[in-house]
Write a protein that binds this ligand. Structure first.
Ligand SMILES: NC(=O)c1ccc[n+]([C@@H]2O[C@H](COP(=O)([O-])OP(=O)(O)OC[C@H]3O[C@@H](n4cnc5c(N)ncnc54)[C@H](O)[C@@H]3O)[C@@H](O)[C@H]2O)c1
Ligand SMILES: CC(C)(O)[C@@H](O)C(=O)O
Ligand SMILES: [Mg+2]
Ligand SMILES: [Mg+2]
Length: 335
């Protein structure tokens, strides 16, 4: 492919388009906390908007914010950032944001789900753009505090002001994203690749492969503790090597026996059939069928999600991990 992605870094971006703007961060969970703290530490004016007093409210207060009810945060805001769960955004928009929309306001997303699948259809006189961190919220905060940043994707859906991209990049900079890089994309590309990635590898694929390998060893009579270190705990070290030095760096660090077994057996486990299933999963996202299924599941109170969490919490691998926590923590590097 000849296309080269447009990537922006700190030197291409300025915070100016966000200076003096009143920013409402709706939600104070995984991303909400990271965004509110990073944006505030970057000198921007942030108010946290929440539905009710509770855990998030207390956490925001403990972090030095004075949270407001969602609509009160929105009424005052120039920029509204949606960091409540994807499935909650439609209702929050309809009941707490739409009634207070003014021409020239900005609606900002960290994932394109609600715009791409048309659950939220804003009027044409506001800007709609996205800054999507390519990493979990607590890491977005941790990297920022340590002087780094998690890469982000930026995209513009509506550009009423003519300045939407500059504003997206200003937020990306304040979040720490442009310390690494901000890649320009579309809502469609971000939404589909993010869902495909988390389902097939980041969350679904990795979790199920680790679980399947662990359970296979245990079924064969090996000790759960040995199976846990082999199939779950050591994966971090292997992935860290890939992160730091690429696949070749990882391969240099493991034995020739592991390399040979890896090249031959890996392809038998992750084979054509697995690739066919990956394509099937990706098509289900692209066709909108996954979104339809998730909205329907949410409408029934998310029973499959609750069951998954309950089963994982009780699983032998999770219990074994908890039992080994002390050993794992003792071994963790101290600096
Ligand atoms: N979690 C991540 O690391 C991550 C990464 C990239 C993008 N995103 C995107 O960021 C957005 C926020 O996701 P998150 O995982 O940080 O959310 P989350 O589940 O951590 O959000 C929790 C927050 O939303 C509030 N909340 C929960 N249910 C609510 C409801 N029904 N109505 C109103 N508020 C409610 C909670 O009080 C809490 O403050 C989503 O669009 C998600 O796709 C998340
Ligand atoms: C952190 C992830 C998996 O990358 C994000 O996309 C999410 O939905 O939580
Ligand atoms: Mg996601
Ligand atoms: Mg993601």
């Amino acid at each position: 492919m000849s296309h080269i992605a447009k990537i922006y870094t700190d030197k291409d971006t300025t915070l100016d388009p966000m200076k003096g703007k009143k920013i409402a961060v709706l939600g104070y969970g995984s991303q909400g906390r990271a965004w509110a703290l990073n944006l505030r530490d970057s000198g921007l004016q942030v108010t946290v908007g929440l539905e009710r007093e509770g855990k998030s409210w207390e956490q925001a207060k403990a972090d030095g914010f004075t949270p407001k009810k969602t609509e009160d945060a929105v009424k005052d805001a120039d920029v509204v950032i949606f960091l409540v769960p994807d499935m909650a955004q439609r209702l929050v928009y309809r009941e707490r944001v739409q009634p207070y929309l003014r021409e020239g306001m900005d609606l900002v997303f960290a994932h394109g789900f609600n715009i791409h699948y048309r659950l939220i259809e804003p009027p044409s006189n506001v800007d709609v753009y996205m800054v999507a961190p390519k990493g979990p919220g607590p890491i977005v905060r941790d990297f920022y505090v340590k002087g780094g940043g998690v890469p982000v994707l930026v995209a513009v859906h509506q550009n009423h002001s003519g300045k939407a991209l500059e504003k997206a990049l200003a937020i990306a900079k304040a979040l720490g994203g442009t310390r690494a890089g901000a890649i320009e994309t579309t809502f469609k590309e971000e939404t589909e690749t993010d869902l495909i990635g988390e389902q097939t590898i980041l969350v679904g694929g990795v979790m199920e492969l680790m679980k399947a390998a662990f359970e296979t060893l245990v079924e064969m009579g090996y000790q759960p503790e040995v199976a846990y270190f082999e199939t779950i705990n050591e994966l971090k070290m292997i992935v860290d090597l890939i992160y730091d030095k690429g696949f070749m760096g990882m391969l240099r660090a493991v034995s020739d026996t592991a390399k040979y077994g890896g090249f031959t057996v890996g392809k038998q486990v992750i084979n054509e059939e697995t690739r066919r299933r990956l394509r099937e999963a990706a098509e289900k996202v692209r066709s909108g069928k996954f979104a339809e299924e998730w909205i329907e599941e949410y409408g029934r109170g998310s029973p499959t999600l609750s069951k998954g969490l309950e089963e994982m919490d009780k699983s032998l691998e999770e219990q074994t991990g908890r039992r080994l926590k002390e050993i794992i923590e003792r071994g963790r590097p101290k600096s």
